[in-house]
Design a binder for this molecule. Structure first.
Ligand SMILES: Nc1nc2c(ncn2[C@@H]2O[C@H](COP(=O)(O)OP(=O)(O)OP(=O)(O)O)[C@@H](O)[C@H]2O)c(=O)[nH]1
Length: 308
């Protein structure tokens, strides 16, 4: 795909409303679960990167949190992270689900993207498996129009289904073609440069949010305090001790996370442990504590401690 046949490498990021399918698409491109997916919005708080290695180039994918109207210090920080990421990448792709009308959220992001200058901008219509062909055609027209209305037409409009793996390779080709010529940025085999502790914390957070129907997402954070191999274990059966704190804002939320008689927290621990074991390929002993960090969303010191 690269003009002149040279190796290309660079950074691309997916943006879009919560639940647009960014994490799933990152996984489909990279071929392994590195970003955290969930049917609940705004689970991707950290810039989780997946790296696509090919014979003709290397694409480093940055998965950003959703951009939204800031109401708290946390919201502002998240938006700053998004903008900083945009300024540093070689291409940005706005993801819009095929089964949702183009809305004010998409217009807001498209408008912000129009101010990026020369950074290539693509639009990806995701989840194409969810709609019939005629609706998909209408959505492609609406998305193209969104680009024109924002002042800068898209460089490409690409329909994909990450769930079915349809058009995922084409998207990789189109992104890679826009990367600058240059050597690989990361050694082969490296899928993500997120510290393991952050990924482990995300898995615990995902498990803790599962099935909680109220407004917990923005009030819940996880901090991994310790990850240590257990001593005195046979070499072929290592065990990793993981100690983590689940932070909530209020005692009432603590009660929700723990559940009656602690049953819910036990389930969360079991689910998270299985995921961590799958991620790290080792047996894990998970020690979870729920703590109330009052108004942590507004306290810069707490935010830093939690990785923001
Ligand atoms: N049918 C179908 N569902 C998809 C596809 N891609 C993503 N989904 C589903 O859409 C939901 C949201 O996907 P995510 O990848 O977590 O979305 P996201 O944009 O990363 O969401 P945030 O982390 O909240 O920003 C999940 O339930 C996915 O399983 C797809 O190609 N087809």
């Amino acid at each position: 795909m690269s003009a002149g046949g040279g190796f290309r490498s660079g950074f691309a990021c997916f943006v879009g409303r919560p639940n647009a399918g960014k994490s799933t698409l990152t996984n489909a491109l990279v071929g392994e679960k590195v970003a955290i997916t969930s049917s609940r919005p705004q689970t991707t708080r950290h810039s989780v990167r997946g790296i696509l290695h090919r014979a003709d180039g290397q694409l480093v994918l940055v998965d950003t949190p959703g951009l939204h109207r800031p109401r708290t210090l946390l919201g502002e920080r998240l938006n700053d992270v998004v903008r900083t990421t945009w300024a540093e990448v070689d291409a940005v792709a706005l993801c819009i689900p095929a089964d949702q009308p183009v809305g004010p959220g998409d217009r807001f992001i498209a408008g912000e993207l129009a101010s990026l200058g020369r950074t290539p901008r693509l639009a990806v219509v995701t989840k194409t498996d969810l709609v019939p062909r005629d609706r998909l055609a209408e959505q492609l027209v609406a998305v193209a129009r969104l680009g024109e209305e924002s002042g800068t037409p898209w460089d490409e409009v690409v329909p994909v289904s990450a769930a079915r793996g349809e058009q995922v390779d084409l998207l990789a080709d189109l992104l890679l073609a826009r990367m600058p010529e240059g050597p690989a940025l990361y050694p082969e085999g490296e899928l993500t440069d997120e510290p393991e502790a952050v990924m482990v914390a995300e898995l615990i957070r995902e498990a803790a949010l599962e099935g909680v129907r109220d407004e917990l997402p923005h009030s819940l954070a996880v901090l991994v305090e310790e990850m240590l191999p257990r001593e005195d274990r046979p070499e072929d059966r290592p065990l990793l001790d993981v100690r983590a704190d689940v932070y909530v804002e209020r005692p009432s939320q603590k009660a929700i996370v723990i559940g009656k008689g602690g049953t819910r927290l036990r389930d969360v621990g079991t689910r998270a442990r299985r995921q961590i074991e799958a991620l790290l390929g080792t047996q894990v002993h998970l020690d979870l504590h729920v703590r109330v960090a009052k108004d942590w969303q507004r306290d810069p010191k707490q935010l830093r401690r939690l990785g923001f």
